[in-house]
Design a protein around this ligand. Structure first.
Ligand SMILES: [Ca+2]
Ligand SMILES: [Ca+2]
Length: 332
């Protein structure tokens, strides 16, 4: 295992993409009081929900880990998350495999491994990848979160038959104020109490949907691609820091638009961290938990003195329903 401390990669807009990159520096100094999880909870509480397979909750088994290199070598130094949406297709974020500010071309498939199970250190199965399909306008230069095109479809070399794929949310009926779940393999290895030499286990977080944005669009050649965003904030238990409940403080929040947000934390309230990129945001549609968002990044400096993934963090997702047509056109 060669996990190095990751860092946030800044992109052209001030919203950053969550990314797991090679970096020898410790980021202990960046820890706030609540790195990704409530200060009064343990990471094990969040991991237990992912492993429990409760039928009343989303199908967390379909959430997979990627380990990969950017140059196609077998030395995987990056981690990311994704969701099985068809037996041979995984939906994730484009920036995991192609960030034009860092690379000349997307990561070769031969350097990508898919890990199944709750613990990527001891995966129950591994799969290789035959193809990655990056959103056309992301691939051709519009690598800015506000284009809402941070999406990538990963085709497996062979189908996964042991896991039921997750249903995509296609109806744009995501309900502001509703409970949502996120799941991913974000890197907590440097957090207090964790083994710094191991990859972090699959974990969930619970939150409330605070924002939805639509009407974004990009064009490649003559094709127009619609896009949208979803977002939530990381509230503290007593409701002192409500990042999306106050005034719009910067351009990032401006793109998410005006609105309200509940103050105070839900039971497993959390934020997203590096390595969670590409992981799913689930919304409940009737009785079915559907994949509604793909983790892209977070708003920069949402509250004064903010440290990454601490209370006040704002997580931003590329919306699935607004890109449903493109996704279906690839995996059909
Ligand atoms: Ca919240
Ligand atoms: Ca809030």
């Amino acid at each position: 295992m060669n996990i190095k401390a990751p860092f946030y990669c800044l992109l052209f807009a001030s919203i950053f993409l969550l990314y797991s990159c090679q970096d020898d520096e410790s980021f202990d100094d960046d820890f706030g009081v609540a790195f990704g999880i409530r200060q009064d909870k343990n990471l094990a509480d969040y991991e237990a929900v992912a492993a429990a397979n409760n039928p009343a909750l989303p199908n967390f088994k379909a959430v997979i880990a990627f380990s990969y290199s950017l140059d196609g070598s077998a030395k995987a130094e990056y981690i990311a998350s994704g969701t099985l949406i068809a037996p041979q297709w995984i939906l994730t974020a484009a920036h995991n495999f192609y960030d034009a500010s860092e690379q000349k071309k997307p990561a070769p498939v031969k350097g990508i491994t898919i890990k199944i199970g709750d613990d990527p250190n001891t995966p129950t199965q591994t799969y290789s990848v035959s193809q990655i399909v990056i959103h056309p306008t992301w691939l051709h230069g519009n690598q800015d979160f506000q284009h809402a095109n941070d999406l990538c479809l990963v085709k497996l070399a062979s189908p996964i038959t042991s896991i039921t794929p997750v249903k995509l949310h296609s109806t744009s009926t995501e309900s502001l104020g509703s409970t949502i779940w996120f799941c991913g393999f974000g890197d907590y290895s440097q957090a207090p109490g964790q083994n710094p030499n191991l990859e972090s286990k699959k974990h969930t977080i619970e939150n409330i949907l605070d924002r939805k944005v639509e009407g974004l669009k990009t064009t490649h050649e003559t094709t127009v691609y619609l896009g949208g965003l979803l977002a939530f904030d990381f509230d503290d238990p007593i409701g002192a820091i409500n990042a999306l409940g106050d005034n719009i403080v910067n351009a990032d929040e401006g793109i998410l638009g005006a609105g309200t947000s509940s103050a105070g934390a839900v039971n497993l309230e959390g934020a997203t961290v590096e390595g969670d990129s590409g992981g799913p945001l689930f919304v409940k549609n009737g009785s079915v938990w559907e994949l509604a968002g793909v983790l892209s990044g977070g708003a920069t400096d949402p509250v004064p003195g903010h440290k990454k993934s601490d209370y006040g963090d704002i997580s931003v997702f590329t919306r699935v329903s607004t890109s449903y047509t493109w996704i279906q056109s690839v995996i059909k």
